[in-house]
Design a protein around this ligand. Structure first.
Ligand code: SAM
Length: 209
């Protein structure tokens, strides 16, 4: 059963005690991962919070990060691997789902997306949560929504800062959208409240024409 169902059942955000603008969206990301997914890769996994959240007895979860100082030791439910998003140490088509949270602005985004697509099996799903730079008046309405949403939601949550590398994005929201569309033409781009976007892409299955 997707974890998002448990969230709705209890009414409490599962990261209410460890909340930030990334963990806020972990239930949404998890809800987009098909229940049938048995092999999941989280690129730029950091200290592995998302890997642990989506791990269960039916799936193999692998987290990859290039920073050995943040990678936890592997467990029976998650294998952590040292490696680069631009040259993933996995064979073509190894995973049914690939996720990336707040990683694209740290890496060469075109290469990282192409690598993620390479390791996805036919029919697999790629989910990328990230953020962009303020690009001027076009982003103003979103900026207002982001500030208001943060003020309202953060009151009920305990803020948590992950011990991972931070960086400011060099690309604007619009530049990220255009880059994702150019690299993965059938992808969808959604701007989410609180300074995040979600790019979703499906590897064509052998049956797609
Ligand atoms: C902002 S943190 C996000 C961590 C985690 N995904 C999360 O949501 O909590 C960015 C992560 O990307 C990793 N990273 C940066 N460049 C990378 C690269 N070229 N290959 C793999 N990981 C990279 C960093 O080490 C860091 O853990």
């Amino acid at each position: 059963m997707p974890r998002v169902c448990r969230v709705r059942a209890s009414g409490v955000h599962p990261f209410a005690e460890r909340w930030n603008h990334n963990t806020h969206y972990f239930p949404l990301l998890a809800s987009r991962i098909p229940v049938s997914t048995t092999r999941l890769l989280d690129v730029g996994c950091g200290e592995g919070t998302f890997c642990r959240f989506v791990a269960d007895e039916h799936r193999t979860v692998v987290g990859v990060d290039h920073d050995p100082s943040v990678l936890p030791a592997s467990t029976t439910s998650v294998r952590y691997v040292l490696g680069s998003a631009e040259t993933l140490p996995f064979a073509d088509g190894s995973f049914d789902a690939v996720t990336m949270t707040m990683v694209l602005h740290h890496v060469d985004p075109g290469r990282a997306l192409a690598e993620a697509a390479r390791v996805l099996a036919p029919g697999g799903i790629l989910l990328t949560l990230g953020y962009g730079r303020f690009g001027g008046w076009r982003d103003l309405a979103h900026e207002v929504r982001d500030v208001v949403t943060h003020r309202v939601l953060s009151r009920r949550m305990r803020a948590w800062e992950a011990p991972t590398a931070k960086a400011d994005p060099s690309a604007t929201w619009e530049e990220v959208r255009a880059m994702a569309e150019a690299t993965l033409p059938s992808s969808t781009y959604r701007r989410l409240p609180m300074w995040r976007y979600l790019v979703e892409w499906h590897q064509p299955s052998g049956e797609d024409s």
